[in-house]
Design a binder for this molecule. Structure first.
Ligand code: AGP
Length: 614
């Protein structure tokens, strides 16, 4: 996600801002920028696509003076990564500059309204709409910058952490947040602002965490003031920073992977934001609805992907076939691209890729394009090669995934695939309203359900100690949870280096059951669903051969305790959503076993975050 840095004080701002951006590089970004107010009435904005080092080159020889300024690393959500869309964005007059982390959901409505007042826009971003709205209010109401920001924020819907500066006002900085984090560092006659404390900790250990719906008003040499959107003043709660920079980059977690596992309640919110109506009666995936004829008229849908994304594809296959009654085939990208597939313009190809740079999936997309198929992308990195190579798509909006082992991206992919199936089934009339709303509301409830599973973190960490020295694992699941078994096995093997295999539970009888003995741990995924009894039979078959069973079951399932050696309970969900809630404990189990074995969890041996070669 984006990174924010601000400064006001007696020192030159530029070096502090650039250093702060470097501290935030770990968050992942595609462009960077800085705005400086130099006190002689000029507001200088420098920004470009690329890295912080590129920004520094870009500002060489330019006027970078000023003791108040803002800086930003952009993780694109609206609009391609390029110089124009980079932050800071500034108002039409050039008098106000702003940086933003988050998504303004109703930005197109606001943009439309401003356009009717003659406003024009340089960029495709939601951020520019907000800064133009602030100037519009400031000029129309002849009010203070603080008042203009407060009024504007009452008109927008979505998530934001913003910092605003004004050309003729070198003694003031306004910042505000809703859902996206914002920290104010209190120095000696100077203030620092940032998305997290990483850029601040080397200057001061006194910080104030701006609360949701609050605005921080900072005046040079004055006291920090915090108000809410109704202009009611809040208490200033100064905290002392205890964490090191390294710990701060990981949000206090020991590894990015654990941080990203625990981010999933929020990333599911980000993924569904603006896409499921609060009452669960509607799903709005604009890329799907705009191309519904392609999907509904398709001879079949082919999903191409690799690794974890391929597991998500298997879940999407079930959901689309079950809800939309459209034939779906799932292909490994690497196999698809060389099999001379039978393809036609009546086919729809969905490409799933977190990085959007996987060479095999990109090649599969190009092959599909050559055959005239309609191509839909489900990516995380905005503006990535695969995202740009498709006809349309839906981003999963889970923010940068730093850990090589995919976690939040997987649950984000499954969430988008489920929303796609719901939207198409509704259009096609192949789903009844009750089922539609049950699943849609299930997605809205998912963050709370994942929170309940994450509350078992310590229990799963203790369980992991029993299996630190296992040499093999088998993961079993049926139906929607067969891909969950594959994903659980992949998580374990790729970070702990223990061999693990995912299998359809019923397939055990056809050979693999020969592997079962007291040395073979078996993860059996058996939530309450229509095939639960069948899976229990498989568990009993394994028990009879002394297999060590870790059962993942629905809350309150006491019967399983007589069969399984260990139980992990997960909240009940609609069947098609159970892979989301089931995968979280399996991510934790793999993580803690790998930690017990002293593995490099975030950067496992031999692996890359994005396989950009064949
Ligand atoms: C998942 O934990 C792995 N890191 C890997 O299998 C990954 O899912 C695969 O390389 C596909 O990557 P993509 O989603 O970026 O295309």
């Amino acid at each position: 996600m984006c990174g924010i840095v601000g400064y006001i004080g007696s020192r030159e701002a530029y070096p502090i801002l650039i250093n702060g951006l470097r501290r935030l590089e770990y968050r992942g970004y595609d462009s960077a920028g800085v705005a400086l107010v130099d006190g002689s009435g000029s507001l200088n904005v420098f920004k470009c696509k690329g890295k912080v080092a590129d920004l520094e080159k870009f500002t060489e020889g330019k006027d970078i003076s000023g003791t108040v300024g803002i800086a930003h690393t952009r993780w694109a959500t609206h609009g391609e990564p390029n110089d124009v869309n980079a932050h800071p964005h500034y108002s039409g007059s050039g008098n106000i500059a702003m940086i933003h982390n988050g998504i303004i959901e109703n930005y197109s409505v606001v943009r439309e309204a401003l356009s009717e007042h003659g406003f024009t826009f340089r960029s495709a971003t939601d951020t520019e709409v907000l800064v133009q709205l602030i100037e519009y209010i400031r000029d129309s109401n002849q009010c203070s910058l603080l008042e203009a920001v407060r009024t504007a924020l009452k008109q927008v819907v979505g998530a934001y952490a913003i910092v605003v500066v004004e050309k003729d006002n070198p003694d003031e900085v306004i910042a505000a947040r809703k859902s996206s984090p914002l920290v104010v560092g209190i120095g000696d006659g100077e203030y620092f602002l940032a998305s997290d404390a990483t850029p601040i900790v080397e200057y001061t250990d006194k910080v104030v965490y701006v609360g949701d719906g609050e605005i921080a008003h900072i005046r040079r040499g004055g006291e920090l003031k915090i108000v809410n959107l109704d202009n009611e003043e809040s208490e200033i709660d100064i905290r002392k920073l205890e964490l090191s920079i390294n710990q701060l980059e990981k949000g206090g977690y020991p590894h990015f992977m654990l941080k990203e596992i625990h981010e999933q309640p929020r990333t599911i919110v980000d993924c569904t934001r603006g896409r499921i109506s609060p009452d669960g009666r509607d799903v709005i995936l604009s890329g799907v609805i705009a191309n519904k004829d392609k999907f509904l008229g398709a001879r079949r849908i082919i999903i191409v992907a690799c690794g974890t994304s391929w597991h998500a594809a298997l879940i999407g296959e079930r959901a689309i076939e079950e809800m939309c009654r459209i034939p779906v085939e799932v292909e490994y990208s690497s196999e698809f691209r060389y099999k001379n597939p039978v393809l036609s313009p009546d086919d729809v190809v969905i490409a799933i890729s977190q990085s959007g740079e996987t060479a095999d999936t990109l090649a599969a997309v190009e092959l599909a394009r050559g055959a005239g198929a309609f191509i839909f992308g489900i990516c995380n990195v905005v503006g990535s090669s695969i995202a740009r190579a498709t006809d349309s798509g839906a981003y999963i909006h889970v923010g940068p995934e730093i850990g090589v082992a995919s976690t939040k991206a997987f649950t984000g992919q499954v969430t988008v695939l489920t929303m796609l199936a719901l939207a198409l089934a509704k259009e096609k009339g192949t789903i009844d309203r009750a089922k539609f709303e049950t699943v849609a509301r299930g997605l809205l409830d998912m963050p709370a359900l994942i929170d309940k599973v994450l509350a078992q973190d310590e229990k799963i960490r203790d369980l992991s100690k029993i299996f630190t020295y296992a040499h093999n694992f088998i993961y079993l699941g049926r139906g929607y949870n067969y891909p969950a078994a594959l994903e659980g096995a992949l998580k374990l093997k790729e970070i702990s280096y223990i061999h693990a295999e995912g299998y359809p539970a019923a397939e055990m009888k056809h050979g693999p059951i020969a592997l079962i003995d007291s040395e073979m741990p078996v993860v059996a995924i058996a939530p309450d669903d229509q095939i639960y009894e069948k899976t229990v039979s498989n568990i009993q078959e394994i028990k009879a051969r002394n297999g060590k069973i870790i059962a993942v079951v629905s809350e309150g399932n006491t019967a399983i305790h007589s069969m399984a050696d260990y139980c992990i309970e997960v909240p009940a969900t609609p069947e098609c959503l159970s892979p989301i809630v089931v995968s979280v404990p399996l991510q934790l189990l793999a993580y803690y076993i790998a930690v017990n074995k002293g593995r490099d969890v975030d950067q496992p041996r031999n692996l890359a975050k994005s396989v950009t070669v064949e």
